[in-house]
Design a protein around this ligand. Structure first.
Ligand SMILES: C[S@@+](CC[C@H](N)C(=O)[O-])C[C@H]1O[C@@H](n2cnc3c(N)ncnc32)[C@H](O)[C@@H]1O
Ligand code: SF4
Length: 367
C-alpha cells in the first residue's frame, strides 16, 4: 500500500520533472488544460459560494451547486424552481436534468446499497438505446444528465454511445462508477465520448473500503490514477472526482480518504448514508429540477425511491417535460406542502455526521 502522502509526492515530483523537461509552450498548455477541467466558470463558482454560505448556511455545498448551476439558464431555472419550493407551488418552472439509469445490475455487493442488500426488488434490466433516446427526445433542453442511478453504469455495453448521444444534443453528462471495469479501453471510451465528470466511489480507507465494497482500495486508487493520467495525456477536460459515503462502517476512514485523494482527484466529496428515519418537513427534491428515469423506463422524482414506488410516469410512453408538471408531480408537491408525505419520503433521512453535508434533509438556516 502506498501511503497517501507518497502518492501526492510522486505526482508532484513527476509534474516538477515534466516542467523542467518540457518547453514553456507545452507547460502553458498543460496548465490551461488543468484549469479547464470540469469547465466550471469562475462566476458560477463565486455565485455558488455565496448561495451556499449566505442562503443555505452550508459553505460545503458550494462545489456541488457550482457543478450543477453553471450557465445563466441553469441559474435562472434553479432560482425559479427554488421560489416555487419556497412558495409551496404545485408547478415548478424548469426541468433542468435527468438521471438516466443505464442499468440497475451490478457486479459488486456493497454492504449498504439497496441494489445489493435485497431492498431493491424490481427486476434487473439494462436500458435500451431506443428508450434512452426517447427520454432525451421528450426532455426539452436539459442542462445535464447523470448516466447512472442504482447499478453499475459501465456494465452497459453501449455506455459510450449513449454518453456521446447526450453530448451531441448539448447535454452535459456525469457518471459515477465503482471503477472495477475501468480498463484502458473503457477509459478511452469515456474520454472520447466527452463525459464531463466521472466520479469514482471510494469508501474510506483500505480497511473500510474493502469491508464495504469487497474490492481492494489499491485497485480502485489505481483506476483513478490511470483515468487522471489518460485524461491529462489526451487533453480532455473530463473532471475526475472521488466520492465517499459516510456511514457508521466507513466514518473512521474519512481522514485517510481525504488525504489519499487530495491532489490526485479533481474533487474529493463525502455524502451521507441514506437511512430510514422520520421526516416531517417538505423536501426540495420535487422542485429541484430533475427526474429519474429507471432502467425500465419508469420515471420517479428522487434517487431515494430505488424501487420506483413514487413513479410519476413512464419514459416509454410519456415525455419527461410533460411529467415534470404532470398531475402526479403536482400531487406529490402538494402532499409535501401539506405534510402528507408518501411512505418513501416520510422515512427518508441521512446519517448525521459532521463529515458530510445532508442532501435531502433540511440544510442550514434556510432548509
Ligand atoms: C448506487 S451507486 C451507482 C454507481 C456505481 N455503482 C458506484 O458504486 O459508484 C452511486 C453512489 O451511491 C452511493 N450509495 C450506495 N448506497 C448508498 C446509500 N445507502 N446511501 C447513500 N449513498 C449510497 C454509492 O457509494 C455511489 O457513490
Ligand atoms: S454502490 Fe454501486 S457498486 Fe456498490 S452495489 Fe451499489 S450500485 Fe453496485
Amino acid at each position: 500500500m502506498v501511503p497517501p502522502t507518497a502518492l501526492s509526492d510522486v505526482r508532484a515530483e513527476s509534474a516538477r520533472s515534466a516542467e523542467v523537461a518540457a518547453p514553456a509552450a507545452a507547460v502553458t498548455v498543460a496548465r490551461r488544460r488543468r484549469r479547464d477541467v470540469g469547465r466550471v466558470p469562475a462566476w458560477a463558482r463565486a455565485l455558488a459560494g455565496l448561495v451556499a454560505r449566505l442562503y443555505l448556511g452550508r459553505p460545503d455545498l458550494a462545489e456541488p451547486i457550482a457543478i450543477r448551476y453553471r450557465t445563466v439558464r441553469a441559474v435562472l431555472g434553479g432560482l425559479l424552481n427554488e421560489l416555487a419550493y419556497r412558495w409551496g407551488r404545485a408547478r415548478a418552472p424548469v426541468l433542468l436534468s435527468a438521471n438516466l439509469e443505464l442499468t440497475n445490475r451490478c457486479n459488486l455487493k456493497c454492504t449498504f446499497c439497496p441494489t445489493a442488500d435485497g431492498r431493491m426488488t424490481r427486476p434487473k434490466v439494462t436500458m435500451e438505446e431506443a428508450l434512452f433516446r426517447r427520454a432525451l427526445d421528450g426532455a426539452g433542453r436539459l442542462e445535464f444528465a447523470l448516466l447512472f442511478q442504482w447499478g453499475e453504469p459501465l456494465l452497459h455495453p453501449d455506455f459510450a454511445t449513449l454518453a456521446r448521444e447526450a453530448s451531441r444534443r448539448g447535454v452535459r453528462t456525469l457518471l459515477t462508477t465503482n471503477a472495477t471495469l475501468l480498463d484502458d479501453r473503457r477509459i478511452a471510451a469515456l474520454l472520447g465520448a466527452g463525459v464531463d465528470r466521472v466520479t469514482v466511489s471510494v469508501d474510506g480507507d483500505a480497511r473500510t473500503h474493502e469491508a464495504v465494497r469487497g474490492v481492494p482500495l489499491r485497485r480502485t486508487e489505481d483506476a483513478v490514477r490511470r483515468l487522471v493520467a489518460a485524461r491529462d495525456a489526451s487533453g480532455s477536460t473530463t473532471a475526475v472526482d472521488v466520492s465517499m459515503v459516510v456511514a457508521p462502517e466507513t466514518e473512521a476512514g474519512v481522514d485517510d480518504f481525504r488525504a489519499r485523494f487530495a491532489g490526485v482527484a479533481d474533487r474529493v466529496q463525502t455524502i451521507p448514508l441514506l437511512v430510514r428515519g422520520e421526516r416531517r418537513t417538505r423536501c426540495r427534491e420535487p422542485w429541484r429540477g430533475g427526474l429519474v428515469v429507471l432502467a425500465d423506463g419508469r420515471c420517479t422524482v428522487c434517487c431515494v425511491d430505488h424501487d420506483g414506488t413514487l413513479a410519476v410516469g413512464d419514459a416509454r410512453t410519456d415525455r419527461l417535460e410533460d411529467l415534470w408538471n404532470g398531475p402526479r408531480m403536482q400531487a406529490l408537491r402538494r402532499a409535501h406542502v401539506m405534510g402528507d408525505l408518501p411512505p418513501v419520503c416520510a422515512a427518508c433521512a441521512e446519517y448525521p455526521s459532521d463529515a458530510a453535508a445532508p442532501r435531502f434533509s433540511p440544510t442550514g438556516r434556510r432548509g
